[in-house]
Write a protein that binds this ligand. Structure first.
Ligand SMILES: [Fe+2]
Ligand SMILES: [Fe+2]
Length: 307
C-alpha cells in the first residue's frame, strides 16, 4: 500500500500540475481574447483613452506612421540645452531705458513709468510661468492619449522642453522679485484645455493656440526687451517652441485626414471659443495681430476653419 499510495499521490500531483498548466494557459487565452475584442473597437488615438485611461497601446516592434515626426524627434534630441550652464544668470536685470520713456514723458513721471512698466512685466511673466506649467501638464497628459509611438517620442521631448521653460521663467521671476496673481480668464482657458477628453481639442488648444500666442510674445521680448538676460532666454526658449507647434500641425493634419465631420466641427468650435476668449483677455492687442494670423494659418494647414 505505501508503494501504491506513493504512486497515487504522484498521479494526483501530475494531474494537479497538468490542471494548473491548463488553467494558466486558459487564463492567457482568455486575457488575449479580451484584449483582442477590446482592440477591435479601437479607433487609434481616441478610444484607448476611453477604454483605459493612462494605459498606452503596446507595440511588438517599432512601427512608424509619420516619418516627419521622427525627424522632429531627432531635432529635439540634438537641440537640447541646459539653462544652468548656458545662461549667465549673474547679470542684473536691465530696466527700461530713457529712450523707451521719452514718448510718454509729457504725460507721466519717470518714476511712475518705471513702476507701471515693472508691474506690467510682473503680470506678464507670471502668466507665462503659469502657461509653461500648463504646457508641461498637457504634454504629460497627451503622451498616453496619442497612440502613435513617434508622437509619444516627440511628446517626451516636449515634456523636458517645458520643464526647462518652467525652470527659466521661474528663475527670471525670482530675479525680478515679484509676486503677481494668475489671470482668472487665462486659468479658465487652461483648465478647459486640460479637462478636455479629446486629443484634437488639447493639441489645437495648447500647441497651436496658447503656444502660438506665447511665441508671439517671446518674439516681441527677444527683439524689444532692454534686458540682455531676457533676450538670451527668449532666444533659447523660441528654439524649442517652433518644434512644439510643428508637432501639433503635423500630427493633426495626419489625424484629421481621417477624422469624422463631428470631430472636426467639435475642434473648430473649441478653438473658436478660445480665439474669442483670448481676444477679450488681450483687449485687441495690436502687436499680436500677426500672431493671430499665424494661428489661423496653422489651423487651415490642419484643415480646420474656426468660426
Ligand atoms: Fe514652453
Ligand atoms: Fe512649448
Amino acid at each position: 500500500m505505501p508503494c501504491n499510495s506513493t504512486a497515487e499521490s504522484a498521479r494526483h500531483r501530475a494531474a494537479a500540475a497538468a490542471g494548473l498548466t491548463r488553467a494558466i494557459a486558459d487564463h492567457w487565452v482568455y486575457r488575449f481574447a479580451l484584449v483582442s475584442i477590446g482592440r477591435k473597437g479601437n479607433t487609434r488615438g481616441m478610444s484607448s483613452q476611453l477604454a483605459a485611461p493612462d494605459r498606452p497601446l503596446w507595440y511588438s516592434k517599432l512601427r512608424i506612421e509619420m516619418p516627419s515626426q521622427l525627424d522632429l524627434y531627432e531635432k529635439t534630441k540634438a537641440l537640447q540645452w541646459n539653462a544652468t550652464s548656458e545662461v549667465d544668470w549673474s547679470r542684473p536685470i536691465q530696466n527700461f531705458s530713457e529712450a523707451s520713456y521719452t514718448p510718454y514723458a509729457s504725460t507721466i513721471s519717470r518714476e511712475d513709468f518705471d513702476r507701471l512698466a515693472a508691474e506690467r512685466r510682473a503680470t506678464t511673466f507670471t502668466q507665462l510661468f503659469f502657461g509653461e506649467q500648463a504646457a508641461l501638464a498637457l504634454s504629460a497628459q497627451l503622451i498616453n492619449q496619442c497612440d502613435e509611438l513617434e508622437a509619444r517620442l516627440c511628446l517626451a521631448g516636449q515634456i523636458i522642453d517645458e520643464a526647462r521653460h518652467v525652470e527659466v521663467f521661474g528663475r527670471y521671476l525670482d530675479k525680478l522679485g515679484v509676486d503677481a496673481p494668475i489671470d482668472p480668464m487665462l486659468e479658465d482657458i487652461v483648465h478647459r484645455i486640460l479637462d478636455s477628453d479629446f486629443y484634437g481639442e488639447k493639441i489645437v488648444g495648447m500647441q497651436i493656440f496658447l503656444e502660438g500666442i506665447a511665441v508671439g510674445l517671446f518674439q516681441i521680448f527677444q527683439t524689444q526687451s532692454p534686458d540682455p538676460l531676457l533676450r538670451d532666454l527668449m532666444r533659447l526658449v523660441l528654439r524649442d517652441e517652433s518644434r512644439h507647434s510643428g508637432f501639433g500641425v503635423m500630427y493633426l493634419a495626419h489625424k484629421f485626414g481621417s477624422a469624422t465631420a463631428a470631430e472636426k466641427k467639435r475642434t473648430e468650435e473649441f478653438v473658436g471659443d478660445l480665439l474669442r476668449g483670448f481676444g477679450a483677455l488681450m483687449g485687441g492687442e495690436a502687436s499680436l495681430a500677426s500672431t493671430f494670423a499665424d494661428i489661423r494659418h496653422r489651423l487651415r494647414q490642419i484643415g480646420l476653419d474656426p468660426r
